[in-house]
Ligand binder design. Sequence first.
Ligand SMILES: CC(C)(COP(=O)(O)OP(=O)(O)OC[C@H]1O[C@@H](n2cnc3c(N)ncnc32)[C@H](O)[C@@H]1OP(=O)(O)O)[C@@H](O)C(=O)NCCC(=O)NCCS
Length: 177
Amino acid sequence: MLKRFRSAFSTFHHKEHYVTHEQEIADKKYTIREMSTEDIKELLQLERTVYAGELPWTRSAFLAELYSRYAHLYLCVLYQNKIIGFIGSRASLDDLHITHIAIHPDFQKKGIGSFLLKEVEAFGYRQHCQTISLEVRISNIDAKRLYRKLGYEAIKRMANYYRIGNEDALYMVKRVK
Ligand SMILES: CC(C)(COP(=O)(O)OP(=O)(O)OC[C@H]1O[C@@H](n2cnc3c(N)ncnc32)[C@H](O)[C@@H]1OP(=O)(O)O)[C@@H](O)C(=O)NCCC(=O)NCCS
């Protein structure tokens, strides 16, 4: 009960400062830092590369998240001063929702996605969330396998969730420990 109350409170009031740092992941050094509105142009470019020309998120979607009154953590990964990946998460009551994650194709399968997921999970823990949730395209076999490996369980299928391709989503949840 207390946990639930704290969580609801933190949802509206807590702004946490994420400390920019260098992180070694599979023998390469990356900079991990909070996303800012100045990154949006580069993020849209990265999205075009990751999603073969399509833009799952617009500039206004990024802006809405970065200015959200809900507790949130949006992180970028930089390699040699270029953004090569990012993750977004937003707390609501006792759930931390992962809104977006994308890694440049040249940098996939190197452990960066797993690292970012762990960073937002730790944020969820500090925000007193009890669950971490996300949606993934039914056809996204690689992402689903990764999420399962990291402890996410499939809860329900959401029909026609994605506008692009009119595809179903799988809603997955992990309990925060
Ligand atoms: C899904 C996505 C975010 C995963 O990010 P990633 O950085 O590739 O993830 P990781 O490297 O941590 O893990 C991916 C796989 O590589 C493996 N891996 C991690 N480090 C590795 C290393 N050093 N050497 C070899 N394999 C490695 C992981 O074990 C995992 O294996 P699995 O496929 O058997 O589960 C990324 O592929 C992506 O951006 N995809 C396109 C956009 C997308 O689908 N977004 C998700 C929407 S819900």
